[in-house]
Design a protein around this ligand. Structure first.
Ligand SMILES: [Zn+2]
Length: 411
C-alpha cells in the first residue's frame, strides 16, 4: 500500500482550508482589527508544498511530508510545517511530490514546441538532442537562453542538425572543425554531441560518424541515436566511452539490442558494465515497440533514463509528454520510484550542468513536479501503433521552478 492510498480518494479539487496562506489570513484578521496591528514576523518560507507523498529517489525518500522552499532553493523536508510559516502554500495532498523532471532528449529547435510548453508538463530541465549543428546552433542557443526552464544542447555532429532526408548521407556534413568551433563558442549551452545513425540518416557511414562525434566531444558525452543502422549495434558500442548515451534502446530490428531469440546482446550488457548509459527516446517512428521492450525487460534490461524525444508533432501523436512515457514503463512493470529516478537523479547524472538537479536535497534548486497518479484504463501506444492498456497514469498537477510556481499545468 502506498503512503497516500487513502488520501487519493478523499482528495477534493475545490476550496481547501489548507490553501489559505499566511498573507490571506493576516489580511482577513487585520481588516477586523480595531486595535493597532500586532507585529508579526515575516513568514519563514517563501513556499511550502504541503501533505504530498514526497518521492525523491536520489535520497531514497518516500513518505508524506511538507517541503519548505526559500530563496529559490529547497530548505527542508519535515513531517509537518504550519501554514503560518509560509508566504504561500501549495496543497499536494494525494499527489506525488518529485524533483523537477529532466528530459534528456527533446527537440525544441522549431517554433511548434517551446521549452515553456514542456515546463507545464513538469520538465524543469531538458537537453535538445541534435536539432541543430554548427550551421544553425546560434538560433537554438537563443531558444535556450530565452527559456524559463533549463535547456542545454547536444550539438548535432552534422552541420545542418536534423535534416531530411538524412543529415549524414553525405558524411562530409560531419565537419569536426566546424562542430568544435560551435562548441567553443557556446560552451555554457552545449553539453554533449549528438549523432543519428539509422541507415536512412547516415547511410553506411555510421561508424565513421561515431568516430567524428567522439572527436568533437572530447570529455563531453556523445548521444547516439541507434536502431535500423547499417552496422550491428556491438560494432557501434565498441567506439564509445563511459558516460556516452545510447538512445532509442528498444528500437526494432534491423540491428536492435536483442538477438533473434529475444535475448539482450552480451555486448550491450558489457557496454553498460563499462559505463555506457541506455536511454528510451520514445519518439514517433522506429524507436520503440512492445515486443522489443518485452524481450529486453524480460531479460532484465531496463533503461537508465526515460526520455521523450518529443517534437511539435509528437505532442499529439504517440509521445504526448514525459509523464505519459513514464506511465508506459509503469505499465511494463517498472516500480514508480524507478520511473521517477529515470527522469530525475539518473538523468541529472548524464549532464555536468545538471549535477545538482534531480533531487529535493536541502540546498538544491527548488525545481519540483507535483504529479497525480491516476487510476483507471489508459490507452498507451508504441511506435507501431500497437495499443496496450495501462492502469495507472502520471499527470502533472503543479510545477515549481527555482522556487516559483508555474501557472496552469496541462492537466
Ligand atoms: Zn531525437
Amino acid at each position: 500500500m502506498t503512503p497516500n492510498a487513502g488520501c487519493c480518494r478523499s482528495q477534493s479539487r475545490g476550496y481547501n482550508p489548507a490553501m489559505v496562506t499566511r498573507r490571506a489570513f493576516l489580511a482577513g484578521s487585520c481588516a477586523m482589527a480595531l486595535t493597532p496591528r500586532p507585529r508579526v514576523a515575516a513568514a519563514r518560507y517563501d513556499l511550502v508544498i504541503q501533505g504530498g507523498r514526497v518521492l525523491d529517489p536520489s535520497r531514497r525518500v518516500d513518505r508524506v511530508a511538507d517541503v519548505a522552499i526559500e530563496g529559490g532553493r529547497i530548505r527542508s523536508i519535515e513531517p509537518a510545517i504550519a501554514s503560518a510559516e509560509a508566504a504561500d502554500v501549495l496543497d499536494a495532498r494525494g499527489r506525488i511530490v518529485a524533483p523537477g523532471l529532466i528530459d534528456l532528449h527533446v527537440h525544441v529547435g522549431a517554433p511548434d514546441l517551446t521549452p515553456a510548453a514542456l515546463l507545464r508538463d513538469g520538465v524543469t530541465s531538458m537537453v535538445d538532442g541534435g536539432s541543430a549543428g554548427a550551421d544553425n546552433i546560434d538560433a537554438l542557443v537563443g531558444v535556450a537562453q530565452a527559456a524559463p526552464n533549463r535547456v542545454r544542447i547536444f550539438l548535432n555532429v552534422a552541420r545542418t542538425g536534423v535534416a531530411s532526408p538524412g543529415e549524414l548521407i553525405d558524411i562530409e556534413a560531419a565537419d569536426v572543425d566546424a562542430a568544435r568551433r560551435a562548441l567553443a563558442r557556446h560552451r555554457e549551452w552545449i553539453v554533449g554531441v549528438k549523432v543519428r545513425l539509422s541507415e536512412n540518416v547516415a547511410g553506411d557511414h555510421d561508424l565513421e560518424a561515431v568516430r567524428r562525434a567522439r572527436q568533437v566531444a572530447g570529455p563531453l558525452p556523445v548521444m547516439l541515436h541507434v536502431g535500423q543502422t547499417y552496422s550491428p549495434l556491438p560494432k557501434i558500442l565498441e567506439l564509445l566511452n563511459p558516460g556516452d548515451i545510447v538512445t532509442h534502446i528498444y528500437s526494432p530490428p534491423p540491428h536492435s539490442a536483442i538477438d533473434a531469440a529475444g535475448h539482450v546482446l552480451p555486448e550491450v550488457r558489457a557496454a553498460r558494465k563499462r559505463g555506457i548509459r541506455f536511454d528510451v527516446g520514445n519518439g514517433r517512428n522506429g524507436h520503440i515497440t512492445w515486443p522489443v521492450v518485452d524481450a529486453a525487460t524480460r531479460d532484465g534490461f531496463w533503461p537508465d533514463t526515460i526520455s521523450s524525444d518529443i517534437t511539435g508533432p509528437g505532442r499529439t501523436f504517440r509521445v504526448f509528454d514525459l509523464p505519459t512515457i513514464m506511465s508506459k514503463f509503469l505499465m511494463l512493470g517498472m516500480p514508480l520510484d524507478q520511473a521517477i529516478a529515470c527522469v530525475t537523479n539518473h538523468a541529472a547524472a548524464n549532464v555536468s550542468a545538471f549535477r545538482e538537479l534531480g533531487t529535493l536535497r536541502p540546498g538544491a534548486p527548488a525545481d519540483v513536479a507535483v504529479l497525480e497518479l491516476r487510476e483507471g484504463d489508459f490507452e498507451l501506444v508504441d511506435n507501431a501503433d500497437a495499443k496496450r492498456t495501462g492502469h495507472r497514469k502520471l499527470v502533472t498537477a503543479a510545477v515549481v521552478m527555482n522556487g516559483k510556481r508555474i501557472a496552469s499545468p496541462r492537466s
